[in-house]
Write a protein that binds this ligand. Structure first.
Ligand code: NAD
Length: 378
């Protein structure tokens, strides 16, 4: 039976709302039963009705949704928070405290203090709080993680991560309201491109290596006049297992579309994966030839097999990756209601603890950049 699912934010025309709606329904585990979809109450209700939500669950505001759902016997089993960053904390904390499980968009909050409060709230109420680092849902990212865990790379010497796009490269966009707020600390917080994009690449580095980031040295640049926050950044970092980390992230890299990529160099070989070609993973054993591991190929790890829906050779991508976050949560929720242990493969879904660690890394990077690249411990 499908579980009732609620969405906050992700209204008509939003960047990420449609992806959540498709991904949550991909395996038939969730149905959109309630929503407070837009900051404008009328638009929120109208859009919810057009999506087939019943009139009494087409809410105009998230507080109204919280009150309405809390009193229903068929209340939503999971709430996704896909509003702009500054509202994540208040909404996520309120739903967790009222006993709902939550999937919150990244970044979990805008400060580490708030993120730690979310972790405490989820624990004290015994609720799941996941964070949508959706790229960790790609089958071959999960295969890379399995290869590392099985020791196929040996110890990892260096990880090099990138997330560079060129969509804010036009200086003439300085007054474009959709771009301007991202570089204004009053609206965006302490960091722009590192908190928005670099954070995904840092999470991938921890997800695949199984290590935590322990210290950071950063160089931030604001390359377009008038931008207070960084639009390009280079980070060096050190990880708990001794791995040396590098990250380049940028919003002014014209020619880069959605340039999220990661390379791992271990004592036994190197791995390379790029989000724009997510169905191939490149593996080069030390002294050997590069081979291409195709998503969906026979003999792939159980983690990658579980994360694939279509056969080898048919492109699978962003929607399926987000779908895997929902598949993990569906399994965790079903296991909870059936009082059994979940499939261990469903436990890799990013948690509030992961969300808090990433924010700690962003805060350390900001402190380092302000101290001209001094190393800052998390
Ligand atoms: P957006 O500005 O395109 O859309 C935001 C939506 O939220 C709009 O429909 C708006 O009306 C609605 N909204 C705003 N405040 C609200 C409130 N208080 N209550 C209800 N609805 C409200 O933003 P976006 O690009 O879709 O980003 C939303 C979130 O998703 C951000 O936190 C962003 O960082 C995150 N995001 C994550 C990924 C990813 O890969 N995981 C990708 C893109 C965006």
């Amino acid at each position: 039976m499908r579980m009732n699912w609620g969405l906050i934010g992700g209204g008509e025309g939003s960047q990420i709302g449609a992806t959540h709606r498709i991904a949550a329904g991909l395996d038939g585990a969730f149905q959109l039963a309630a929503g407070a979809l837009d900051v404008d109450a009328t638009r929120a209700r109208e859009f919810a009705l057009r999506l087939g939500i019943a009139p009494d669950r087409a809410y105009g505001d998230w507080r109204e949704m919280l009150a309405g759902e809390a009193s229903r016997p068929d209340r939503v089993a999971l709430v996704t928070v896909a509003t702009p960053n500054s509202s994540h904390f208040e909404i996520t904390r309120a739903f967790l405290a009222a006993g709902f499980h939550v999937l919150c968009e990244k970044p979990l909050t805008t400060t580490l203090q708030e993120a730690e409060e979310i972790v405490r709230t989820a624990r004290s109420h015994g609720r799941i709080c996941a964070v949508n680092y959706g790229y960790s849902g790609y089958a071959l990212v999960r295969h890379a993680r399995a290869m590392v865990a099985q020791g196929e790379l040996g110890s990892i010497r260096v990880v090099v991560a990138e997330f560079a796009h060129g969509h804010h490269a036009n200086a003439a966009d300085a007054d474009n309201p959709r771009v301007r707020w991202r570089y204004d600390p009053k609206l965006a917080g302490i960091s722009s491109i590192v908190a928005d994009c670099g954070i995904h690449a840092l999470h991938l580095a921890t997800f695949i290596t199984g290590q935590q980031i322990q210290s950071v040295s950063a160089d931030f640049a604001s390359t377009i006049a008038g931008r207070e926050l960084e639009d390009d950044a280079l980070l060096a970092f050190r990880m708990s297992g001794g791995t040396v980390g590098r990250l380049w992230t940028s919003a002014i890299a014209s020619g880069r579309m959605h340039g999220l990529a990661i390379q791992l160099f271990g004592e036994k070989g190197g791995l390379r994966w790029a989000q724009e070609q997510p169905n191939q993973l490149y593996w080069t054993p030390v002294g050997g030839r590069t081979c291409i591991i195709e998503r969906g190929v026979a003999g792939i790890s159980a983690a990658a097999d579980r994360a694939s829906r279509v056969t080898v050779g048919h492109a699978e991508g962003f929607l399926g990756a987000f779908g895997n976050i929902y598949a993990d949560l569906a399994e965790q929720l079903r296991a909870g209601s059936e009082q059994r242990e979940p499939n261990p493969l469903a436990l890799s879904c990013p948690t509030a603890e992961d969300g808090a660690s990433s924010i700690a890394a962003v805060q350390a990077a900001v402190a380092s950049a302000r101290a001209r690249g001094a190393w800052v411990a998390l």
